[in-house]
Ligand binder design. Structure first.
Ligand SMILES: *Cc1c(COP(=O)(O)O)cnc(C)c1O
Length: 344
């Protein structure tokens, strides 16, 4: 079975060995305040800086999920309220979570702009030019959910103060861990607000991570597997080139394959959900069709040993999604293209 599900998604096959290693070598039984464990955290943070080209002065912490990061931004970095321009289900959920913690009473005093860089639900992205425009227009903190693009494409990190991603998407790892990146300005804001009421208050997390520790017993297995995957992957500039080429190939494929035209003379069976190329995601491709066409192709793919991603949110039954994540191989992409070409 091969999977194009955009999260949880395909894990690197080597992860099976990394997990076995962590257990056989007793890494998962290390006390999380021991030198051995702290070395693993330190090396993981170093590798994140190195492989993802994260600026040296940006801090990195590891938490449990992107959803937790939404709450950390609201509780520890938002003084008044946050702004949430969004186009899809994850952006909407983030706004709902944030507003439960910081009700949107005074949006004209919003002091954090919250952007979903890659909207996994509909295959759109906020590209770096658009983010640069937000940076020019908004003088306060910018927080970016990059869950389904971090480690898949390169970012200009300086365009935001907070970036986060859980690892079950482009990192090619099992769920249960998230990477939280924050700038000196974000830390300064946290200090000004001084919020320290939670186990995951950013100040408390920061204090722990500055000693390569964590506030609570962390996902040691996940951290070890992240360290091992980071050792294995090429620098983000290389990954970025591959991801963008594959994305261009996917979009060209759907434009040319005849999937969208030859199946029926009267009505096309499948179309790209997003028609404006400037907002198309490079890591998640959403393909639209009638409910029946979508259901049928997912079933046929399953029978051919291929899992397509279901639609999500408003697009649940009228799209399927294709993850374009680094752990997926050229052979697997070839297999899916062959299936799609021959699908009738
Ligand atoms: C998957 C996803 C999330 C949720 O991640 P969790 O690890 O489940 O918290 C948030 N935002 C985006 C854009 C996602 O794709």
């Amino acid at each position: 079975m091969i999977t194009f599900y955009p999260g949880p998604s395909k894990v690197y096959p080597q992860v099976a060995d990394y997990a076995a290693e962590a257990i056989r070598q007793g890494i998962v039984s290390l006390n999380h305040r021991s030198a051995g464990f702290m070395d693993i955290v330190k090396e993981t943070v170093r590798l994140l800086h190195e492989k993802l080209a994260i600026p040296a002065d940006y801090h990195i912490a590891l938490v449990s999920s992107a959803t937790e990061c939404w709450e950390i931004v609201a509780q520890s970095l938002t003084a008044e309220s946050s702004l949430h321009p969004h186009s899809g289900a994850f952006g909407k959920k983030w706004a709902e979570y944030a507003y439960r913690i910081k009700p949107p009473a005074s949006l004209n005093e919003a002091d954090v702009l919250c952007i979903v860089q890659n909207e996994t639900s509909n295959g759109t992205q906020v590209n770096m030019e658009t983010l640069a425009q937000f940076r020019r227009d908004f003088s306060s903190l910018i927080a970016v959910d990059a869950v389904s693009s971090m480690a898949g494409i390169a970012f200009d990190w300086s365009l935001a103060d907070v970036w986060f991603a859980s690892v079950q998407k482009c990192f090619g790892l099992p769920a249960g861990l998230a990477v939280l990146v924050y700038s000196p300005a974000a830390l300064k804001r946290a200090e000004e607000i001084g919020e320290n009421n939670h186990y995951n208050s950013l100040l408390f997390i920061h204090e722990n991570f500055s000693k390569f520790q964590t506030p609570y017993t962390p996902n040691g297995l996940g951290i070890y597997m992240l360290m091992r995957v980071l050792q294995q992957v090429p620098p983000i500039a290389v990954v970025n080139t591959i991801t963008k080429q594959r994305a261009a190939d996917w979009y060209a494929f759907f434009a040319e394959s005849g999937l969208s035209s030859s199946l029926a003379l009267d009505a096309p069976a499948f179309n790209l959900l997003i028609t404006d190329p400037s907002i198309r995601s490079e890591t998640v491709i959403a393909v639209e069709g009638t409910e029946k066409a979508i259901k049928d192709i997912k079933t046929a793919a399953q029978q051919a040993g291929i899992t397509l991603g279901n639609g999500y949110g408003d697009w649940k039954s009228t799209t399927f999604r294709i993850a374009n994540f680094p752990a997926i191989t050229d052979d697997e992409i070839g297999t899916l293209k062959q299936f799609l070409r021959s699908y009738r």
